[in-house]
Design a protein around this ligand. Structure first.
Ligand code: PHE
Length: 450
């Protein structure tokens, strides 16, 4: 019997768990900063609603109709046609993402432990606070052994959860962790808003300067929306194959997207006021340093430094792990369905090789490493190819399939649960899937590479 999620809450928790990840807590604020603040936020919200939700519904509909892994779903729906390659592209992309994402997940866990032990906040000889945290980051991230150990711990945790299966592993852990994650984020919002001068940060995040909306901003917002909603690589096809026939797809897609957006908003509300309040805006907000240097500086200036810091990195680890299990599940389901492997064998076949590949990704970051491809570290290379190329191509193919190849009746049947729901939005959603999403994705692609 095909495994299924057992409750509505479980469906939403697991899917939100996949969506909410390092993309929200780390990538989103950095993107906001690099793309003109509140203007980016506006475009991002439009992308989530006009493109994100329709593409998510495409994946949900195909996945539940096919009732199989990403490759099997296309084989079932279009036997003898090459559409299964779209699924295979998803499996490959998700595996590539898994390998480097696991390394970042390891860092969040490492930072949590180093906060608890107080190591992170021990002064570094001859350095001011910012210099100290930069040195720590180099030690923790580019060091030889420490980051590997934490990455392995993350892989082991993933294995333990995935071995539990769909209901007793993925669903159960999501039901426990997601409410904790939301609760912690709310607490952090309150703390950040109570800092002196918080309103400066809020103003930056929420009052848009429309002149800042450029094609690049739009493209970046769209890429961020797809990554954050876990679209385009078969994660949602795989999860939707575990949805019972009573699940309401439109409502689920809406709930998941709104919650994912909410987490991104909460991260903005946490980070920008804190950064402005302590006068840390400027150069240091870029990418990695935002979470691993700037925020420790913020905690360092607050009371109860270690406690807040440990709680924050715990929140990040939770966000990371509920995403890594969904990324790994794409391949696990593929091995189980395609090669008729047992769950245990499939989980091991997916996660054991990640020990090797994640190690290589992690090692490629040290400055004397030769693990580079075309001048990029292996880590950045996988990120670039999977996130910027495979993910948009996958999303595009899935939209074209759902909008133009799959019978319209199939999609409507899935939206309305065989006509038992009214589905007044069905027409609009199909319009977005057919006519809005594909040109928008092509536009991102062309502009990124020309
Ligand atoms: N959505 C996740 C995040 O925001 C990342 C992810 C991408 C998960 C693709 C699954 C698939 O971190």
């Amino acid at each position: 019997m095909k495994a299924k999620f057992s409750s509505k809450i479980g469906i939403v928790a697991a899917t939100v768990g996949s969506a909410v990840g390092l993309g929200n807590v780390w990538r989103f604020p950095a993107e906001v900063q690099e793309n003109g603040g509140a203007a980016f936020l506006l475009v991002y919200i439009a992308c989530v609603f006009l493109l994100g939700i329709p593409v998510m519904l495409s994946e949900f509909s195909l996945g539940r109709e096919g009732g199989a892994d990403a490759v099997g779903t296309f084989r079932k729906l279009s036997p003898g046609r090459p559409w299964w390659l779209t699924g295979l592209l998803g499996v490959l992309a998700s595996y590539m993402i898994l390998c480097f994402y696991m390394v970042v997940a390891g860092w969040t866990f490492e930072y949590m432990i180093q906060s608890v032990t107080g190591n992170l906040y021990a002064p570094v000889d001859g350095m001011d606070a910012a210099g100290g945290f930069t040195t720590r980051m180099q030690q923790y991230i580019e060091g030889d052994i420490a980051p590997l150990i934490y990455t392995f711990i993350m892989i082991a945790l993933n294995l333990a959860i995935l071995l539990g299966g769909v209901q007793k592993g993925i669903e159960r852990i999501s039901n426990v962790l997601m409410p904790i994650l939301f609760l912690l984020l709310v607490i952090f919002c309150c703390v950040s808003l109570s800092l002196p001068g918080a309103s400066g940060g809020l103003k930056y995040f929420f009052s848009p300067d429309f002149s800042k909306i450029t094609p690049t901003v739009i493209i970046n917002a769209l890429g961020q929306a797809f990554f954050s909603l876990s679209l385009g690589m078969g994660v949602l096809i795989t999860y939707a194959s575990y949805f019972p026939s009573s699940a309401k797809l439109t409502k689920t897609a809406f709930t998941v997207s709104v919650l994912d957006l909410l987490v991104a908003l909460m991260m903005g509300i946490i980070i920008f006021p804190a950064v402005v309040s302590f006068g840390l805006e400027g150069e240091s907000l870029r990418g990695l340093t935002l979470v691993f240097v700037t925020l420790p500086e913020v905690f360092n200036r607050m009371e109860l430094t270690e406690l807040w810091s440990a709680l924050f990195f715990f929140t990040l680890s939770v966000a990371a792990i509920t995403s890594t299990i969904s990324i790994a599940e794409v391949s696990v389901a593929f091995f189980q369905d395609r090669f008729k492997m047992s769950r245990v064998k499939a989980c091991l076949s997916v996660l054991l090789p990640t020990v090797l590949f994640s190690t290589m990704c992690s090692m490629s970051l040290s400055s004397d490493s030769s693990l580079t491809i075309g001048g990029k570290t292996l880590f950045d290379f996988l990120d670039m190819v999977a996130t910027n190329i495979m993910l948009p191509v996958g999303s595009l193919l899935m939209c074209i399939y759902a909008g133009w190849v799959a019978p319209r009746s199939l999609m409507i049947r899935q939206f309305t649960n065989d006509g038992t729901l009214r589905g007044h939005l069905s027409g609009f959603i199909m319009f977005c899937i057919k006519y809005v999403a594909p040109p928008a994705i092509i536009a991102i692609f062309v502009t990124t590479f020309l």
